[in-house]
Every structure is written in C-alpha cells, then in structure tokens.
Design a protein around this ligand. Structure first.
Ligand SMILES: Nc1ncnc2c1ncn2[C@@H]1O[C@H](COP(=O)(O)OP(=O)(O)OP(=O)(O)O)[C@@H](O)[C@H]1O
Ligand SMILES: [Mg+2]
Length: 498
C-alpha cells in the first residue's frame, strides 16, 4: 500500500423520503489499496458508492480525488474522474450481446461511421480468453448464467481503465474458480496503483483481499481498521453494535418418516440418476460446486425444470408436479437462488412482494381482507427483521439484503411442509444469517422438512442433519452429520470435475 491518498469522501449525508441512509460518513482510499466497506443490510454501503458513481446526489459532504475537490453529477462524470463501479444489481442489457454491453455508449467505429463489430468482438474475445471464460462475445447476455453475467459486469468495469474501482458484492454468484480470477486481477490492479473499494458480506474474502476495513452502521461511520490487526469478533461487534453469540442455532432431533423421495431422476442433460430421501423435521444440506446441478434439481422438484426419467413421492404417494401450483398444493416452497432477477417485482410494495403467494388467504371473490393481508406482511417483516420504513415502500428502494429477506418471507408465509432454500444466506449480513439459521431451526423443530443448498460449507456443516454432495449432475455422497468436514465434502464435490 503506497501512501498517497487517492480518494476522500468527507462527511457525506444522504436522505431518502422517510430514511436517513447516510449521516456523516467519511472514507479515505489510498492508491494501491483494497478498502472494504462493511455493514449490516441497509447500513448504507451501496448508497455511499452510488454517490461516488454519480447515481445519487448527496445532501451534504464533499469528494476529493488526488486532493482536488470534484463534483460528480452523472455516471459520465464518474468515468471522467477515473471511477468505475460494479453495482450490486446487475445492470447489463439482456438483449444485447456481451461485446455490445461492454462497449455500450463507446462503440469503436469504422471509417464510414458504422460500428466496427469485428473489432469490438475481437477485442472482447481476447479479454474473455485472458480470463479463461467460456463465453462468446456475440452471445446475448440473457442466455448467460448469473455467474457469467457477473463476470461480464466485472470485465466491463475493468475495461474503463479506472484509477478507482468499486465492487459492490462482486462475488455473490461466482464460482470458486471465478473468485480466484477476480482476486488475481485485483492483485494486479493494486500493483498498478489502482484503489479498490470492495463490498462483501463474506468475512473470509475481506481477510484475504483487503488492506483496511471501514464499518458503517445505520448510516453512521463507526471506524476504520487495518485488516491484519482486527478480529472477526471485533468487526461483528462494530457492525451490529453488540457481540454476536450463538451464530449457528441447531437443536438436532431424530428426523421422522420420509416426506419427499426422489428416485432415479434424470433430464437427459444436466441431471443424472438422482435419488435421495428427505425426512420430516430434517435439514438436508446440498453441497457442490457452482454448476453441479443443484439448482436445476430443485427447480425440477418445483415443476420449473422438465425431467425425462424418474419419480417424485411426497408423503409416500407418487406426485405429479407439472408447475409450481402443483408443488405448492403438495406443501412445497422454493426460495430461489437468483432472487434479484427472478423473484422481485421492483416497482411494487414490500407488502405486495411478501403476500404474493398467499393471496388466497385474504382475497375471497371480490372481497379483500386488508387486515389479514397486513398481518401476513407484518409477521414476515418482524420474523425476518426486514428494514423498511413502511409496508407500502417500493421494494426496489430497499437495500439488496433486505430485498432478499422479503423473498424468503414470502415463501415462509405459505407455511410449507417442505421448504427448499437455494443459497438462503447469500448477500445477507452476519446478524441476518444468524436470524435465518434460528428460523430454520425453529421450523425443523415444528416438523417442517428443509432442503438447504449452500456453497458456504461451514453453514451446511453446522446446520444440516445430513449432506448430499453433487458433482456434474450426479449425487456423489450422502454424508451423515458425524462425517461432515470441508475436506470430505470437497472430495466428493470435485469427483467428476478434476
Ligand atoms: N432509492 C431509495 N429510496 C429510498 N430508500 C432507499 C433508496 N436506496 C436505499 N434506500 C434506503 O437506504 C438505506 C441504505 O441502503 P443501502 O442500499 O445503501 O444499504 P446496503 O448497506 O448496501 O445494504 P445491503 O448489504 O443489504 O446491500 C436502507 O434503509 C434503504 O432502504
Ligand atoms: Mg447494498
């Protein structure tokens, strides 16, 4: 870390209707430094960097770059000042190609002033190859996986040759391999003197890649520490304002009868001869690398992914699940993984987004029972500790993590017998993770059977009764609790990929 101060944000304040998102927050970034911004969901991290990126105007405060005051009123202003931002929400244009997205607004032109697609595609091809990404420049973004889209966002931000690079949860959907590439890239940029602001809820990443960590809480600046000199416990206490005991809550019982049996399920593409059993009151973990087929399997159980062979039994009876309606009638719920893209109606209220799957409970013919509707919303807002000024707030205005909690609440509201959660704690803060674990434990205690897909091995190991491991579309192990360790899981997770 060299000693020159590249960026200062001083005494920044930002208000939204009914919410003070930032009160007097300051941040200082050195050239060649990776500086983490850490805080609970809704603390104000994305708001601060949206001010830096020219998306929001601050109500007070100032920004200096290389000691000189700058005014940033638009994304273009930010670019001109050498600032490039990878936002938490993906902002690619789905129906344009990868290359078009990367060069949007600054396409190379030929002599006759038409866009030089050949040059554009060739340049993007080189970049994609240098990242060893299996993506074509002329592919439409909408046909990419979420992880691939995230890598395209990253490449796009890098292509501006910025001096200040901001990454708001860049790794939330990435595989281990892609995270490795990203970190290599970050190290190279550091060596070139680029300053990087890095936002992530994954403490292990912060320890690995950052030099200093600034914590904000409820829009207030709490403090800045050198990563090498601060413990996780101290950071958590700074974030949540208290010590966090009982991170994982789990009272193991004896699981009951099988409630869900999957036999020899195949789809001729991804899924290969999958069989497993879920018992009443059990938490069954699903581990594996990104792309192992776990999400596809869960979609198949929920009528969202066709399969050609095999059968599904619910409570001992053969089940015909053609669509999510069938699945819900059988008592299933699926909290999907890519909540940002699939599950949210961004222009609608928090209440609408929570009660979406429980309309039948308060709409009878033409009669709408608004009290009941509110009661359902209230239960989940309290249950999940969703930070929102009101039930009528537009969900798109909540912080990323709080939007995710709304989607989890939506499915909990259906009171399922079988709850499938695909990466339930992705993007939520440590305190909220602990709350989600406690909720899962409570549900299992009441006899709800839970399938938990997770790429965070410590959480599967601590929460699950048993763990199924998948590799390349197959089940490669069924590990009882006594046998669970990261090494054991990884051994089976990489069985068909190394
Ligand atoms: N456009 C907006 N309109 C109204 N309120 C907003 C808007 N954007 C953010 N907020 C509010 O400002 C606060 C800070 O939100 P922000 O998105 O900065 O949180 P965050 O720290 O990035 O959280 P997360 O970890 O969940 O992404 C929250 O209370 C949020 O609801
Ligand atoms: Mg955010």
């Amino acid at each position: 870390m060299s000693g020159t101060v590249l960026l200062e944000m001083n005494h920044v304040r930002k208000e939204f209707p009914g919410v003070v998102a930032l009160r007097d927050v300051s941040l200082e970034l050195y050239a060649g430094e990776v500086h983490a911004l850490l805080g609970e969901n809704g603390a104000g991290k994305s708001t601060l960097i949206k001010i830096l990126g020219g998306i929001y105007a601050a109500n007070a405060g100032n920004i200096r770059i290389n000691g000189k005051p700058v005014s940033i009123h638009s994304v273009q202003d930010a670019h001109h000042n050498g600032i490039s931002v990878i936002h938490q929400e993906l902002v690619l244009v789905p129906h344009m190609t990868v290359a078009e997205n990367i060069y949007l607004g600054r396409e190379p032109v030929k002599g006759n002033r038409t866009v030089d697609f050949n040059r554009m595609n060739a340049e993007v091809k080189n970049i994609l190859e240098s990242f060893e990404l299996d993506i074509r420049p002329d592919e439409e973004v909408s046909s990419l996986t979420i992880a691939q889209q995230q890598m395209v966002e990253i490449i796009k931000a890098l292509s501006f040759n910025a001096k200040i690079l901001v990454m708001d949860e860049p790794t939330s959907s990435l595989s281990e391999k892609d995270v490795g590439f990203l970190f290599d890239t970050i190290r190279k940029l550091k060596a070139q003197g680029v300053g990087i602001i890095y936002i992530s809820h994954r403490m292990s990443e912060l320890k690995q890649i950052t030099d200093r960590i600034t914590v904000i809480r409820d829009g207030a600046y709490i403090g800045t520490r050198r990563t090498a000199e601060v413990s996780n416990d101290e950071l958590i206490a700074m974030m949540v304002g208290r010590q966090l005991t009982n991170y994982y809550t789990r009272d193991f019982g004896t699981p009951g009868e099988p409630v869900l049996e999957v036999r020899n399920l195949s789809d001729g593409k991804v899924l290969k001869d999958i069989s497993f059993t879920l018992r009443q009151g059990e938490i069954l973990g699903f581990a594996g690398l990104v792309g192992a087929g776990r999400s596809e399997l869960m979609k198949a159980l929920f009528g969202l992914w066709p399969f050609s062979h095999g059968e599904i039994l619910v409570n001992g009876k053969k089940a015909l699940i053609r669509d999510p309606e069938d699945a819900m009638r059988l008592g299933l719920a699926l909290v999907p993984e890519s909540r940002k893209l699939e599950a949210i109606y961004p222009e609608m209220s928090v209440m609408f987004n929570i009660t979406l799957k429980t309309l039948k409970e308060f709409i009878k013919g033409l009669f709408v029972d608004h009290e009941k509707e509110k009661a359902i919303a209230r239960e989940q807002v309290e249950n999940m500790a969703i930070k929102t000024p009101s039930y009528s707030q537009i969900i798109g205005n909540l912080s990323g993590g709080n939007q995710q909690k709304v989607v989890i609440g939506r499915w909990l509201a259906t009171k399922p017998g079988i709850l499938i959660m695909d990466e339930p704690t992705k993007g939520v803060d440590v305190g909220a993770k602990a709350e989600i674990y406690a909720i899962m434990n409570g549900l299992a205690g009441q006899g709800v059977s839970i399938i938990m897909i997770s790429s965070e091995l410590p959480e599967v190991i601590n929460m699950a009764d048993r763990v199924m491991v998948m590799s390349a579309g197959r089940i490669t192990a069924c590990l009882p609790r006594e046998k669970l360790s990261q090494e054991e899981i990884m051994k089976h997770a990489t069985q068909f990929t190394v």
